[in-house]
Design a protein around this ligand. Structure first.
Ligand SMILES: [Zn+2]
Length: 224
């Protein structure tokens, strides 16, 4: 279905895609999600060209998800098969989106076989996103390694989180949108101490996991 046809269909069904212009913006996405939510068992409409920055709708199957935990892979800028096992959505170094192997609905609690094991004892109802990179990075003294997280990648992750928050009706807060590095302190769920999203190599003025999480939350909330 073309984007124009989809927008006409949504309008005919009484939803407001914010005009019929052939482009998927926030209003069209919201109308699609509203339609999907109001029609139980509705097929997920497929459009011809998902625009850059928006998560394809079939990557976001219906499920009750209450939280997003974001990570870095500690691997290369390209997603490996191993990386794709652990997360639902990955962002490569150049900002390209890669779908993980587990579908989001497998993490709808109780988790189903093949779910994404992204965060120790906190995978139920939680979506795992990840930025590909930070292989060989060192915390102290800081060394970014050969695949430092990029600003383009961070910005694309913000867009992914905006789409996920809309689709799953997740309100942004410290407990609902957080990095893996914040989980132990914020949720009180002990982790294995793996170093994860505690530095932004492209902006070293933001220091520590909490400040980085706050920056993500502010950027996402501003676009909801
Ligand atoms: Zn992690």
């Amino acid at each position: 279905m073309s984007v124009l046809a989809l927008q006409r269909r949504l309008t005919a069904l009484g939803f407001d895609p914010g005009g019929i212009d052939g482009a998927i913006g926030p209003n069209t996405l919201a109308a699609i999600n509203e339609a999907l939510d109001r029609i139980p068992g509705a097929p997920v409409w497929k459009v011809d060209l998902p625009p850059a920055g928006v998560v394809p709708l079939d990557w976001m199957p219906w499920a009750v998800m209450t939280r997003i935990i974001f990570h870095w892979t500690a691997g290369q800028h390209k997603a490996s098969a191993g990386d794709r096992k652990h997360y639902h959505i990955l962002v490569e170094g150049d900002g390209k989106l890669i779908r993980g192997i587990p579908s989001i609905d497998l993490n709808d609690a109780p988790v189903k076989p093949g779910y994404a094991a992204h965060t120790l004892n906190a995978n139920g109802d939680a979506i795992g996103t990840s930025m590909c990179g930070m292989a060989g990075a060192q915390e102290s003294p800081f060394k970014a390694g050969p695949a430092p997280m990029t600003e383009e990648q961070w910005n694309r992750l913000v867009s992914v989180h905006v789409a996920l928050c809309r689709r799953y009706t997740i309100n942004v807060s410290r407990k609902t949108l957080l990095s893996h590095a914040e989980v132990q302190e914020t949720l009180g769920i002990k982790q294995r101490g793996k170093w994860d999203v505690a530095v932004l190599p492209f902006d070293r003025s933001v220091k520590g996991a909490r400040a980085i999480g706050d920056r993500m939350r502010a950027e996402v909330a501003a676009r909801l």
